[in-house]
Design a protein around this ligand. Structure first.
Ligand SMILES: C[S@@+](CC[C@H](N)C(=O)[O-])C[C@H]1O[C@@H](n2cnc3c(N)ncnc32)[C@H](O)[C@@H]1O
Length: 299
């Protein structure tokens, strides 16, 4: 942020204008919105304070705190990472640097799975492979009051973040988190298996927006040379762990649905449907076990 803000008296309106201009220069997509969010955080008030009292003076400490946040955003750190939290499926999740910043697109998977569950009061067992912040598992558990879940991740730091989110959301008694390489070491049977594996082609990562390329962990992004490496590992494992009539839901990258469905078929699963995100892109594929097609978990 430009120097004149620091150490000088300024108003909410003027600070906002200057910060939005700085963020715009830095290439931030929605500079005014982000400046408003960060100013609201600085002042500990809602948007109403900012829009309602543009003439109010900021004290020096607020000016300095705001400048720090704007500097971070100018370096293209996402607002959610600066705030350390993100809304997902109506839940407020803590987001540390060790996990993928949960995306609104991933709510497509949650919605698609819930649409297939006939009895939301059933005591379902839910498995989330590559749980990250725990967003998918915790969103599902928040809607399925008698379900229990296991979240698996290769990253111990991600698991710590997911456990903390479960505790904050009061879901710890129904959510367990365990380190693992997808489902390799697991035995048992789950009625719902979900996964949002890393699916970006390694060569494409550098070209992503700086908010993604610099701040999401590579382990959460890279799907290897063709983007499909994680699916090749986890699909056969998920097929082995899916109970009769269970649902397997996988998030996919743009253009990957056909190939992932082929992997599902090769693993002996039956494709059910695809779900599109808000841009109309196939974002999720759902499958079930052929043996259990008549079982009543799925609608
Ligand atoms: C795209 S992120 C998804 C995180 C979260 N489920 C979400 O939707 O925001 C993929 C996650 O898979 C984890 N992961 C990568 N390789 C893994 C492996 N071999 N076994 C288990 N988890 C893995 C990463 O650490 C990361 O948390």
């Amino acid at each position: 942020m430009n120097a004149p803000i620091r150490g000088r008296q300024t108003t909410i309106g003027a600070a906002l204008d200057r910060a939005a201009a700085s963020l715009g220069t830095a290439g931030v997509e929605q500079p005014r919105r982000d400046a408003r969010l960060l100013l609201a955080e600085t002042l500990g008030g809602g948007a109403a304070l900012i829009t309602g009292y543009p003439e109010r003076r900021l004290d020096a400490a607020d000016v300095d705190r705001f400048a720090v946040l704007i500097r971070r955003r100018s370096a293209r750190e996402p607002v959610s990472r600066i705030l350390g939290r993100r809304e997902f499926w109506g839940l407020t999740l803590r987001v540390t640097p060790h996990v993928l910043d949960p995306r609104p697109d991933s709510e497509t998977l949650v919605e698609a799975v819930l649409a297939r569950i006939e009895d939301r009061d059933a005591p379902l067992q839910v498995l989330d492979l590559g749980t990250g912040s725990g967003c998918l598992l915790l969103a599902l558990l928040s809607e399925l009051p008698w379900a229990r879940g296991l979240g698996v991740d290769i990253s111990p730091s991600a698991l710590a973040n997911a456990r903390e989110n479960a505790r904050i959301l009061d879901l710890s008694s129904r959510a367990e988190f365990r380190r693992g390489d997808w489902g390799r070491e697991l035995v048992g049977s789950w009625q719902v298996i979900v996964s949002n594996p890393p699916y970006i082609m390694e060569s494409a990562i550098a070209d992503l927006a700086p908010e993604v390329a610099r701040y999401d962990p590579n382990r959460a992004l890279s799907g290897g040379a063709d983007g499909l490496v994680a699916y090749r590992s986890l699909v056969p494992q998920a097929a082995r762990l899916l109970g009769p009539g269970g649902i397997l839901a996988l998030e996919v990258g743009a253009g990957q649905a056909d190939e992932v469905e082929q992997l599902l078929g090769a693993a002996g699963l039956l494709g059910l449907c695809r779900a599109r995100d808000l841009t109309g892109t196939d974002r999720c594929v759902l499958a079930t076990s052929k043996a259990g097609i008549s079982a009543n978990t799925i609608g």
